[in-house]
Design a protein around this ligand. Structure first.
Ligand code: SF4
Ligand code: SF4
Length: 358
């Protein structure tokens, strides 16, 4: 009798990236001698073997239709060497093995509407998640904010004129996956959720929703004879965490879901430790399709940083040196007691969380 065969595991994780790498990158993997940047948007790597690779980095509109992807692949076939890769900020990079191919590639990219830049001390592409496409809780269209803002910051992407690199992020909800950034645009709900009591019993697992609230503001309740939930609105800090497990607790609102700007975060260990962001502007209207109010504040912060920071100071280093009062003076943003939150009185606010107790 034949032995039963073990079922092979089906893995659907990230594929081995080596199958997609440019042959010169595989050949010289871990053997690079040095790299430099001949011009903004172009990286030049030289190997101990003598091989050289030029990488041309371009920006895209982020959410791409199939025609745009075909156009980029076509450019890779005709002007590069049929290999592309995406950076963590979703820039697209084309690798070529000879300097002579760099200029025609740049010309073709720019003629097709893809700016070349995003390297060194530039404003690189804005990191964001693809909220509307794959997530159930976005409070805004992050990709739209990114597209509108990068249109306004087009020249800062193409040049390397900032004191240090500027990483920006946009998060389409308040409990976001945006991460730390020099400038971050984050949704800010300003009213507690409105509960559709007719649906709660059918859709929500009530204990899970109660447990989800970080400030213990949700209680089970009977409403109109049906099991539902109620919110202690004095406790609720409008975080939106109850909405994903219970969509009848609708918190998105065209008027009261706003945008806030946070600054000074970074993940890098270079020169100074990683830092958390602090909120410096709140209550900006969520105003599609161009979000002009957000753009105005971001540009104000960027220009103050560009004019005032010393060489190689990241946003957080600059603010640390000049202090928060001077930051608000130089950016001409109004300061209110709701911003920053690293003053002594913040202890009371932090105490509002069940997770942090003093
Ligand atoms: S930022 Fe929020 S809404 Fe956007 S994808 Fe992440 S969790 Fe979803
Ligand atoms: S919005 Fe946040 S704080 Fe308010 S009830 Fe829901 S989970 Fe709790």
């Amino acid at each position: 009798m034949s032995q039963p065969q073990m079922r092979r595991a089906i893995e659907s994780g990230v594929p081995d990236n080596r199958q997609f790498l440019h042959p010169l990158l595989i050949k010289n993997y871990g053997n690079w001698k040095y790299h430099d940047r001949p011009r903004p948007g172009v990286l030049h790597h030289v190997s101990h073997s003598g091989d050289e690779v030029w990488t041309v980095r371009a920006g895209t509109q982020r959410q791409m239709d199939v025609y745009t992807i075909r156009k980029l692949c076509d450019i890779a076939d005709r002007f590069a060497e049929s290999h592309v890769r995406f950076t963590i900020r979703s820039n697209i990079e084309f690798m070529v093995s000879s300097f002579a191919k760099v200029s025609p590639l740049i010309q073709e990219l720019e003629a097709s509407g893809f700016p070349v830049g995003g390297t060194g001390n530039s404003v690189s592409m804005i990191a964001h998640t693809q909220g509307w496409l794959h997530c159930d809780i976005p409070g805004t269209d992050a990709s739209g904010v990114v597209k509108a803002l990068m249109d306004d910051l087009y020249d800062e992407f193409r040049r390397e004129e900032m004191p240090n690199r500027v990483h920006m992020s946009t998060s389409c909800c308040e409990i976001n996956c945006g991460g730390q950034a020099d400038i971050a645009i984050i949704v800010q709900h300003t009213k507690p959720p409105k509960i559709n009591h007719d649906l709660v019993a059918n859709v929500c697992e009530r204990p899970a929703v109660v447990a989800r609230c970080p400030v213990a503001a949700i209680r089970p309740a009977m409403v109109n004879g049906k099991p539902s939930l109620e919110i202690d609105e004095k406790k609720c800090m409008c975080c939106g965490a109850c909405y994903p497990p219970c969509p009848p607790m609708q918190i998105n609102d065209p008027e009261y879901s706003k945008l806030a700007i946070w600054v000074g975060g970074k993940n890098s260990n270079a020169r100074a430790k990683p830092t958390f962001m602090k909120m410096v502007a709140a209550g900006l209207p969520n105003n599609p399709p161009r979000w002009p109010e957000v753009s105005e504040v971001v540009k104000r912060i960027l220009h103050a940083y560009k004019n005032d920071a010393r060489a190689w100071e990241r946003m957080s280093d600059w603010i640390e040196r000049i202090g928060w009062p001077r930051f608000f003076e130089k950016t001409e943003l109004p300061f209110t007691k709701y911003l920053i939150d690293d003053w002594r009185g913040a202890r009371a606010n932090l105490n509002a969380s069940t997770h942090i107790r003093f």
